[in-house]
Design a protein around this ligand. Structure first.
Ligand SMILES: NC(=O)c1ccc[n+]([C@@H]2O[C@H](COP(=O)([O-])OP(=O)(O)OC[C@H]3O[C@@H](n4cnc5c(N)ncnc54)[C@H](OP(=O)(O)O)[C@@H]3O)[C@@H](O)[C@H]2O)c1
Length: 242
């Protein structure tokens, strides 16, 4: 029987690597993205040709409430039930503590916390018994850092959500976990000045940023191992070892 997975923010970075891992295992995919249609389309083509699975693309910005209805409607029309839901899309705001506005604080919280909660509420009936939900948390939700207060707090909320949701999803026979990556080489990190990057690397025991493929392996483990439930698995190469 064919398996289906939906990955929010599934066309680049960590989400894209998870898409590859699942396609390799034969999963059909629904990938959401926010704005880069060209990147999404060329990725979908590549996955279809390489792994012979279906790839559905949906532009569904996680900062917009209506994206929830759009995703729900899409699954309904295509008659898709999910084995795995990967709630990966997330945003940040790097304005200083002194400057961040309530609107920006709310936007980050909406995308990182409110959106996945209410998407899950809407489509829980479309996740198969025995299926799973996997969030992308962050090391920044565990180790306080000085760059973005709202990001760290919102990712802490994601981790707390996972722990709390176990109780609410058990009745559906659905497990819920999170991967909390440290610093991963994706577009997200590309704008970091070389000096800051070097400083971060000096704090990581293995001396480098993680590769998205290394993070995807952990997602796959949480999706496929049916005894993981309520876990936040940190993958950070040994951050703060010094
Ligand atoms: N990279 C890291 O070091 C790191 C560490 C810990 C946690 N994380 C978390 O990992 C997740 C993915 O990050 P990444 O590094 O893989 O980022 P990325 O390489 O920039 O990829 C982002 C993906 O998410 C989509 N996306 C961006 N904004 C979106 C929005 N508002 N609504 C829906 N989709 C959106 C993008 O689509 P478009 O291309 O169309 O914009 C793209 O598919 C985030 O939750 C982030 O907080 C990242």
């Amino acid at each position: 029987m064919k398996k289906n997975a939906l990955i929010t923010g599934g066309t680049k970075g960590i989400g894209k690597s998870v898409a590859f891992s699942l396609a390799q295992k034969g999963y059909d995919l629904v990938l959401t993205y926010s704005s880069d249609k060209n990147a999404a389309e060329s990725l979908a083509l590549f996955i279809r040709e390489s792994f012979h699975v279906d790839v559905h693309l949906l532009q569904a910005d996680a900062t917009h409430l209506e994206s929830i209805l759009l995703i729900d409607e899409y699954l309904k029309v295509k008659e898709l039930n999910l084995d795995a839901l990967i709630l990966n899309a997330g945003i940040t705001c790097r304005d200083s503590f002194e400057d961040i506005s309530l609107a920006d604080w709310e936007r980050v919280f909406f995308a990182n916390v409110h959106f996945p909660v209410f998407l899950l509420q809407k489509i829980i009936g479309k996740i198969k018994k025995g299926g799973s939900v996997t969030f992308t948390g962050s090391l920044m939700g565990i180790e306080p850092h000085s760059v973005s207060l709202v990001y760290g707090v919102s990712k802490s909320a994601v981790h707390s959500l996972v722990k709390n949701l176990v109780k609410f999803l058990a009745r559906y026979g659905v497990r819920v976990n999170a991967v909390a990556p440290g610093f991963v080489d994706t577009d997200w990190q590309k704008t970091k000045p070389a000096e800051i990057r070097k400083n971060i690397e000096s704090k990581i025991a293995v001396g480098r940023f993680g590769a998205p493929e290394e993070i995807a392996e952990v997602f796959l483990m949480l999706i496929e191992n049916t005894y993981f439930n309520g876990e936040i698995v940190v993958v950070d190469g040994g951050y703060l070892y010094k």
